[in-house]
Write a protein that binds this ligand. Structure first.
Ligand code: NAD
Length: 498
């Protein structure tokens, strides 16, 4: 892998857009991406223009109207999606390397994400064959009701930088399985693997124009997708700020939105739990992907009578996490995505300290150089502090305590967000009460972050709308139509009837 990384440092990869089945450059020039961990340019993407976005949307529209994919046999759609899953597995090493160089996540994590992405494409392939409507034969002798489940139309998929291939694979194969045509806009920081996907789709035999992938800056490229009357739905994953802009833009043609936005998820630790497992799970939830994870467990709520012990064990264990070059197999924590994000994390921690929080472990040292931000545990946090309420998107854990179940649930729900929660207890009724009463799209009990294509994901409150993956995910990309079918000759008359 190191050899291959060196080759990419020497000759950065050059990617093209995928529009109407063709691989093309943009008149807008190129965007260059440096590896955050190595400070070397690794990728050049097209810096697409407004016109590129419009051409991509027109290609998606015309492919949708042609019906070549929208009316295709589910078995044929499944074959294409399965072939992409196979291509992802076959190219897993190369895709993982690109993902690691562009995001700086450890190589093993990238590989896990690529293989999980392949699972998602496989699952969607199966779903393409089972998607169906319904019928009602209880409407009287002369009426048969059919409920058709149809693709919603042209879908724009806009994705963030933190899990480039994985987040795209939670959406794109499901939209394609439903029969939609798509325009994909990956993050301008991490577009490589999305653009590689265009080649796999082409080789798999997807009809031209059904999936178009264009790199570029949020405004204009993403904004054109949000504003277009030719786009019927947008699946947006990213910040709450741009999510709000998506809601405003959707008013133009009342397009449907699926929004996966920010989070501030709690890990709730009860005194009766397996403490060793909980310490490890809390650290994993807080530091996975350097904390640049929408479902990061960034708030720790720990039962007061074990708070001191738990905090000490946490500080002891977190020191053992290896931070370093993401190409080194022993690293668990790589570098932060860019300087701006690094500065935001550092500023949030400084604000927390100013408000009264205390660093138990971590914090960026003075005169820090490079983009490595150490895992950081903040104690003495109170619910009103910014570090307890705002998404930091870095490896920072804000610790608070509670005295009983009701207080734990109240604190867990004391957030504008509702993406995920982690509960650590061996008491079944506490586990069930938390699972039912915490307002979040995903709850893990005595576990952290395992994912399955079968289960839906999404958020409550300001974490978003809609659900991705599972059968619920594919249904998001469909519209229902009722057909009222009269049987036999029609005897009812409107004009001279009684
Ligand atoms: P971001 O909102 O800055 O960017 C996300 C995408 O939107 C990028 O592709 C960007 O180019 C595009 N964009 C920016 N401005 C746009 C505009 N005006 N119109 C259309 N598109 C525009 O988010 P980010 O910094 O890439 O990612 C971090 C954020 O994403 C965090 O807040 C995180 O919580 C959130 N996130 C959420 C989930 C989830 O599933 N809920 C998953 C990952 C990330």
């Amino acid at each position: 892998m190191l050899d291959q990384a060196e080759r990419i440092f020497a000759a950065p990869r050059r990617y093209q857009n995928f529009i109407a089945g063709q691989f093309t450059d943009s008149e807008g020039g190129i965007l260059s991406r440096e590896s955050p961990a190595h400070g070397r340019v690794v990728s050049h993407y097209p810096k697409s223009t407004r016109t590129d976005a419009e051409v991509a949307i027109a290609a998606a529209r015309s492919s949708f109207e042609s019906g070549a994919w929208a009316f295709a046999y589910g078995g044929d759609r499944a074959r294409v999606l399965r072939a992409v899953a196979e291509a992802l597995r076959r190219n897993a090493d190369e895709l993982s390397l690109i993902e690691t160089l562009e995001t700086s996540k450890p190589l093993a994590a990238s590989k896990g994400e690529v293989l999980f992405a392949a699972e998602l494409w496989d699952y969607a392939a199966g779903a393409a064959r089972t998607l169906h409507g319904d019928s009602h034969n209880t409407l009287g002798e002369a009426m048969l009701g059919l409920v058709l489940r149809e693709p919603i139309g042209v879908v724009g998929i806009i994705t963030p930088w933190n899990f480039p291939l994985l987040i795209l694979s939670e959406r794109l194969p499901f939209a394609l399985a439903a029969g939609c045509s798509v325009v994909v806009k990956p993050s301008e920081f991490t577009s490589g693997t999305a653009l590689m996907l265009g080649h796999y789709l082409k080789e798999a035999g997807l009809p031209d124009g059904v999936c178009n992938i264009i790199a570029g800056i949020g405004d204009p490229v993403g904004q054109v997708i949000l504003d277009s009357d030719d786009v019927d739905m947008v699946a947006f994953t990213g910040s709450t700020r741009v999510g709000r802009a998506a809601i405003a833009a959707s008013a133009g043609n009342i397009k449907k939105l699926s929004l996966e936005l920010g989070g501030k998820s709690p890990s709730v630790v009860f005194a009766d739990c397996d403490l060793d497992a909980a310490v490890d799970g809390v650290i994993k939830a807080a530091t996975i992907n350097m904390g640049e994870c929408c479902i990061a467990g960034s708030r720790l709520l720990v039962e007061a009578r074990i708070a001191e012990t738990f905090q000490n064990r946490l500080a002891e264990r977190v020191q053992q996490l290896r931070m370093g070059d993401p190409l080194d197999p022993s690293s668990r924590i790589g570098a932060i995505i860019n300087q701006a994000q690094f500065d935001r994390i550092a500023a949030s921690v400084r604000d927390g300290i100013r408000e009264g929080a205390r660093i138990v472990f971590g914090g960026a040292p003075e005169n820090h150089s490079g983009l490595y931000y150490p895992p950081t545990v903040l104690a003495d946090v109170t619910p009103g502090m910014a570090v307890a309420q705002q998404e930091i998107f870095g490896p920072v854990l804000a610790v608070m305590s509670f005295n009983d179940l009701d207080e734990a649930i109240r604190l867990a729900n004391d957030s504008d967000y509702g993406l995920a929660a982690y509960v650590w207890t061996n008491d079944l009724s506490k586990a069930l009460s938390c699972s039912r009463r915490i307002r979040a799209g995903r709850v893990w009990v005595n576990s952290a972050l395992q994912g399955y294509p079968e289960l839906p994901l999404g958020g409550f409150k300001q974490s978003g709308n809609g659900r991705e993956t599972g059968r619920y995910g594919i249904e998001e990309y469909t519209e229902l139509k009722s057909v009222h079918l009269h049987i036999g000759s029609q005897t009812e008359r409107w004009v001279d009837g009684a």
